[in-house]
Design a protein around this ligand. Structure first.
Ligand code: S3P
Length: 168
């Protein structure tokens, strides 16, 4: 497939940013992390935006940031884990690139996110929060053009699998 952009979606801790930056390097495309762009634009950490304004406010900003990023091309875009929840975001992603969903087992995700302080939805008992959200979102990433289970794969292997689907 010839893609304008590659959009990585997936639950927190599935490796979107790590995979995305390596993939962008390999393609000689720009890497954009939508959470990082949003933090830069707002001059505020995501955890603080949630705390001060609530999740709905964050989601509105997230949609605007994503739509703006996706106006560009030759970019690998790592999205926030909840960006898939709004139908308008899903449509925008599908229209502007190859959408790749990264998945991982609950154990892998828990191990990867357990020391993180900038993920407001995982505050408290991380294991419980991850399991609850995974259950709530169990079909949320199915809209992607392709789904890759990263549990047993290295970053390089994931990048190779994605590259195999893209014609630059
Ligand atoms: C969220 C995931 C986070 C970030 C915010 C909300 C979610 O991004 O956008 O904390 O709802 O899953 P990562 O998937 O990059 O952690």
């Amino acid at each position: 497939m010839t893609a304008r952009n590659i959009v990585l979606v997936g639950f927190m801790g599935t490796g979107k940013s790590t995979v995305g930056s390596l993939l962008a390097e390999r393609l000689d495309w720009k890497f954009r992390d939508s959470d990082a762009v949003l933090e830069e634009e707002q001059q505020s950490r995501i955890a603080d935006l949630f705390q001060q304004h609530g999740e709905a406010y964050f989601r509105t900003l997230e949609s605007k940031t994503l739509a703006h990023i996706l106006e560009g091309e030759r970019q690998v875009v790592a999205t926030g884990g909840g960006a898939v929840l709004a139908e308008s975001n899903r449509t925008c992603m599908l229209q502007n690139g190859l959408v790749v969903a990264l998945t991982a087992s609950a154990e892998t995700i828990i191990a990867r996110v357990s020391s993180d302080t900038n993920r407001p939805l995982l505050q408290g008992n991380v294991e419980e929060r991850v399991n609850t959200l995974l259950e709530q979102r169990k079909s949320s990433y199915d809209f992607a053009h392709t789904v890759i289970d990263t549990t047993e794969l290295s970053t390089n292997e994931i990048v190779e699998l994605i590259l195999a689907q893209v014609v630059k």
